[in-house]
Design a protein around this ligand. Structure first.
Ligand code: LAN
Length: 772
């Protein structure tokens, strides 16, 4: 993909390094890889026989994702913003996959592959040779070498981060398990980096957990993860069911494995493990007093230091509870109940699981409980492929099992907002996207829900242990696909919006004719509305997967060290705004359905959005970087209430905040440091296409009166566009848990297309020379 990236030759904009220590790693033949998309289940396949190659030709999308030449034609050069939007859409629609969605290299976090590699290693499940080769290539390509992130030879928490013990110890271990020699010069350099950071002993909790599973560390170094917490009555304020779903679903199998103190059975005899015991530490392995390093952590990893309370709890658990009070019957009961909850998670997701961390841990839990030949283990193993993604840099593990629904919904809304949806040329693209969304809406309740005390129709936010503590889901759209099957407030809202918009669109020449068929019935759209209505907190705000179930004090027990704001569901301006804009649209089209509920939801949400605005006019964004992202959502939301620059002081303040940050070249560039620090931080590489598009959209939603700043930004987008209509990859776009960045590569198409088209609608599609 290097030809498609903007940036300096030694430091590519998305953080990919040009190695100074140039070593040619083995590579597979890129012409043999194919991406299969089976109703939103995306897996990469390496074809070995020439016969297969003939039967399954490589697509443009396959080539694009691997950085091969797609042969996309040079388009006639765009003279106007709308032409630029069209050129962008022409390129982007070539990447649409057969079922109607788009593929996505959803990388960023650098702690996912090591978990997978360790879990597969200890369960004797080798990856194919082709996968191993590509994973090794990826990890080396992402190593901090040369001018990349300090060039010290380590890996960070995410692809743009400075090296940390978590990144370095875990990725080093993964490479060794995949057969890389410790004498490789890059491995020597990595060890040097690790030692400078104080060795693997200074790793965070998750690193200590995985290295103990592997038998490289001893379990005494891992702060307790007692499954007994799952036995706490539901009314207890710290009960796990109240935690943010990602934390409790990772805690679940982790506590099961911790409780069993399971360790790779061949650790003592396996030469690689024995060598790792020497390579990851500066002291002789046999001399390490493990329990003394439970709390050791390098400052680089310590984004969220453990509180005095958590340290006290851990102390009591380690020195009092575990040796004297943790009775066998209690352990037994706790393990049984956690195992039951693990099985419910597997059943509800057909072993796809909520995300890549609990998927890997559930695999190990099943292996421990049911043995290597169990059905559960086989299904988990198959599911691992749903997370693997092939890119130009090699094979990586995606942050979820894809970004199918999210990208598809955004793309539809962008094309409509750009005014391009009525053009016959894009009809097929949009119809396929609609059909995809139809196929991906969740139509079944989760296991146990209907017979639980939480059940009602329409649903409420109530939950129950018999329902695995899940939030209702029928009618929702998840972030990735239907199999994963988790309700998210804004992914449901964005999908609902795109379905509503497409299905209500009429032919401009004959307003009595609908342009798209009603592939999603009204009843199903109402189910989606019902779900959104369950997602509002008392404050009026929305969270991500559920309403907030616990107090902020839970953050005192955040043991992950590397992440912030993870213990409960917080309130997000992005999610809240998505819900409001979707309900607003639905209400306009179907004013009779639950009208009072919808009106009250919207007005409480907008009130909350006002309280969440900072004095300087900004909103802090939690899922995209950062103030530019949240600003776009918030101003779109306020516009539904008729709040614009002409009549609203908060909107004026928000616009001023953004305008003040505009760069001399007309664009905006915000660094991921904004997310970490909570203050605006300028992007070191200057203006970014995606953030520039976000701000243009924000200003247009606000009906910002001055054309000039927006026009200058539009010119930047046009100037950065390539002759074939595409935009090149720049800095990372997304974030989670404040400290970990994650890529949304399709944003560089979706948002510029939307911004250019919206601009043309508002200010007319006059010729511009596209100069910065
Ligand atoms: C995501 C990706 C999408 C994101 C949005 C829909 C954009 C957001 O508005 C709501 C939250 C959500 C669904 C989200 C939550 C956290 C996720 C799943 C991720 C950022 C993708 C990866 C991340 C997950 C927690 C990664 C695994 C790491 C752990 C710490 C468990």
């Amino acid at each position: 993909m290097s030809t498609r990236k903007r940036g300096l030759s030694t430091q590519q904009a998305n953080g990919t390094a040009k190695l100074v220590m140039r070593v040619e790693d083995p590579k597979t033949d890129p012409r043999r890889w194919r991406l299969e998309d089976d109703r939103g289940r995306q897996t990469w396949h390496y074809l070995l026989s020439d016969d297969e190659l003939k039967r399954w030709p490589q697509t443009t999308a396959d080539k694009y994702h691997m950085g091969l030449n797609t042969g996309a034609p040079v388009l006639s050069s765009a003279k106007t913003p709308l032409q630029a939007a069209e050129n962008g859409l022409q390129f982007f629609s070539r990447l649409q996959l057969e079922p109607g969605n788009w593929g996505c290299q959803y990388g960023g976090p650098m702690f996912l592959l090591p978990g997978l590699v360790v879990a597969l290693y200890v369960t004797n499940m080798p990856l194919t040779q082709a996968e191993q080769t590509e994973i090794i290539r990826y990890l080396f390509n992402l190593q901090n070498l040369g001018s990349k992130n300090g060039g010290d030879g380590g890996w960070g928490l995410h692809i743009e981060a400075d090296s940390s013990v978590f990144g370095t110890a875990m990725n080093y271990t993964a490479l060794r398990l995949l057969g890389v020699s410790p004498d490789d010069p890059r491995m020597r350099k990595a060890r040097g980096c690790l030692y400078d950071l104080g060795s693997a002993l200074n790793g965070p909790h998750w690193a200590k957990f995985w290295l103990s599973v592997l038998g490289v560390m001893q379990w005494d170094i891992v702060n307790p993860v007692p499954p007994e917490l799952w036995l706490l009555p539901d009314w207890v304020p710290i009960s796990p069911w109240r935690w943010w779903i990602h934390m409790r679903q990772v805690f679940l199998p982790m506590s099961f494995i911790w409780s069993k103190k399971w360790q790779y059975p061949k650790a003592e005899t396996d030469p690689v493990i024995r060598q790792l015991r020497q390579e990851l530490f500066t002291a002789p392995h046999e001399d390490i007093a493990w329990v003394r390093y439970r709390n050791a952590i390098s400052p680089r990893d310590n984004y969220h230091p453990k509180t005095w309370l958590l340290n006290l709890v851990n102390f009591v658990l380690v020195f009092l509870y575990i040796p004297y009070i943790r009775f066998a019957w209690l352990v037994n009961r706790a393990e049984k109940w956690t195992w039951k909850l693990i099985q419910m998670e597997d059943a509800n997701t057909d072993f796809a699981n909520l995300g890549p961390v609990n998927a890997v841990m559930n695999l190990l839990a099943c292996y421990i409980e049911e043995g290597p030949d169990a059905h559960s283990v086989r299904r988990h193993r198959e599911r691992m492929h749903d997370f693997l993604w092939l890119s130009e840099e090699g094979m990586m593990m995606n942050g979820t099992n894809g970004v199918q629904n999210w990208d598809t919904s955004f793309a539809v809304v962008a094309v409509i907002a750009a005014g391009l949806a009525t053009k016959p040329r894009y009809h097929q693209t949009l119809l396929k996207a609609l059909e995809f969304l139809e196929d991906q809406q969740i139509l079944e309740h989760a296991e146990g829900y209907v017979h639980s005390s939480a059940y009602s129709d329409p649903p409420t936010a109530k939950t129950a242990p018999e329902a695995g503590y899940r939030h209702p889901r029928r009618g929702a759209w998840g972030f990735s696909n239907r199999t994963q099957g988790y309700t998210v407030s804004d992914t449901t809202s964005e999908a609902l919006k795109s379905a509503l918009m497409l299905q209500s669109m009429t032919d401009p020449n004959d307003p009595s004719r609908k342009l798209f068929p009603e592939v999603i019935s009204l009843q199903r759209l109402e189910w989606a509305v019902d779900i959104i209505l369950t997602m509002q907190n008392k404050s009026g705000a929305c969270s991500s997967y559920e309403i907030t179930r616990g107090g902020q004090y839970m953050e005192y027990l955040n043991a992950a060290e590397v992440f912030g704001r993870i213990m409960i569901e917080y309130e997000y301006p992005e999610c809240t705004s998505s819900c409001v804009t979707a309900l607003h649209l639905f209400h306009e089209l179907r004013p009779d359905y639950r009208a009072e509920d919808i009106r009250s939801f919207m007005s409480r949400a907008v009130q909350w959005l006002h309280t969440d605005q900072r004095v300087d006019g900004s909103w802090y964004g939690s899922w995209g970087i950062c103030f530019t992202y949240a600003g776009m959502f918030a101003l779109g939301c306020l516009a539904t209430k008729g709040e614009t620059h002409s009549n609203s002081e908060p909107v004026q303040r928000a616009c001023k905040f953004l305008i003040d940050k505009q760069n001399g070249d007309g664009g905006w560039g915000e660094s991921y440091k904004s997310c970490e620090t909570g203050e605006w931080c300028q992007h070191p590489d200057g203006s970014q296409v995606v953030q520039t598009a976000w701000v243009i959209i924000a200003l247009l939603e606000a009906q910002y009166p001055a054309k000039d700043p927006i026009e200058r930004a539009i010119k930047l987008l046009m100037h950065r566009q390539q002759p074939n209509g595409e935009w090149l990859q720049e800095g990372i776009e997304g974030v989670f848990n404040k400290s970990c960045m994650i890529s949304y590569p399709n944003y560089k198409f979706i948002f510029p297309i939307k911004a250019l088209g919206m601009y043309a609608k508002r200010f007319g599609d006059a010729e511009t020379n596209g100069q910065e």
